[in-house]
Design a protein around this ligand. Structure first.
Ligand SMILES: Nc1nc2c(ncn2[C@@H]2O[C@H](COP(=O)(O)OP(=O)(O)OP(=O)(O)O)[C@@H](O)[C@H]2O)c(=O)[nH]1
Ligand SMILES: [Mg+2]
Length: 221
């Protein structure tokens, strides 16, 4: 996996991030952690790991991912959460499949997939946004908001991503479809967040994503 970089966005993840870095320590790939320079606790928590850290110049989940992707030097990148919910056992297969695709999306809602982290609200939300994405943009995805995505770095950069917040989860597949990228879903089991609090607010971020999708459909953004 020498040709892969894990892009790990982290915000107030002092309890989870060290355990995630420990778990991926022996993988033969690059790792870039993106966080805010003011997040002293998280920075302190990983000082022994000697990892490439990018301090984001702005704020937000999308901003962190865009900066991570732009910093990657390898042929492939994979978005990888700092909360322990992404199981690295899928990386090899995703990397293999990506040889013939621009992007590979992990999905919790295919056969053999699942989640220990979903709540009834996130499950309904995901189903709603996935159905909407498939209807408005003919995406053929089964889990639009999961954002465990491995792709060719060149393709990710061509997407010219702009969303600085969780709207990025919808921007990636919508822009990939508009650019006629090749992509596929693979089944994945999401683990529980190790510790700490999730940063997504289902209602505030869900509303932003809804408005974003409508605007993309109407071509006003
Ligand atoms: N650098 C940075 N990382 C962020 C920011 N917001 C969220 N993250 C990280 O992005 C990852 C995903 O955030 P979570 O809060 O777990 O949200 P999620 O996994 O999309 O949603 P849930 O499944 O509901 O937990 C985690 O590693 C967070 O620490 C941010 O503003 N800046
Ligand atoms: Mg999470």
């Amino acid at each position: 996996m020498k040709n892969l970089t894990l892009i790990i966005p982290a915000k107030r993840e002092a309890e989870s991030l060290p355990r995630v870095l420990q778990e991926v320590k022996n993988l033969d790939c690059e790792i870039i952690v993106i966080l805010e320079s003011s997040d002293i606790e998280t920075i302190e928590s990983i000082k022994d790991f000697n990892r490439h850290i990018v301090y984001q110049s702005n704020k937000g989940y999308g901003d962190a991912l865009i900066q991570g992707i732009n910093s990657a030097q390898t042929e492939y990148v994979c978005i990888f959460n700092a909360d322990g919910s992404f199981d690295p056992k899928y990386l090899n297969n995703m990397l293999d499949l990506c040889k013939n695709q621009d992007l590979v999306f992990a999905s919790r809602y295919l056969k053999d997939g699942g989640s220990d982290d979903d709540t009834i609200i996130t499950k309904i939300g995901n189903y709603f946004f996935t159905t909407l994405g498939n209807l408005l943009f003919s995406l053929k995805l089964s889990d639009i908001l999961f954002t465990y995505i491995l792709g060719k770095t060149k393709s990710f950069k061509l997407l010219n991503l702009k969303s600085n917040d969780f709207r990025l989860c919808a921007e990636i597949p919508i822009s990939a479809k508009k650019m006629n990228f090749t992509y596929m879903n693979i089944s994945c089991y999401e683990r529980k967040r190790i510790a700490g609090k999730k940063k997504v607010n289902e209602f505030r971020d869900g509303f932003k994503i809804l408005i974003y999708m409508i605007k993309r459909f109407l071509r006003i953004t």
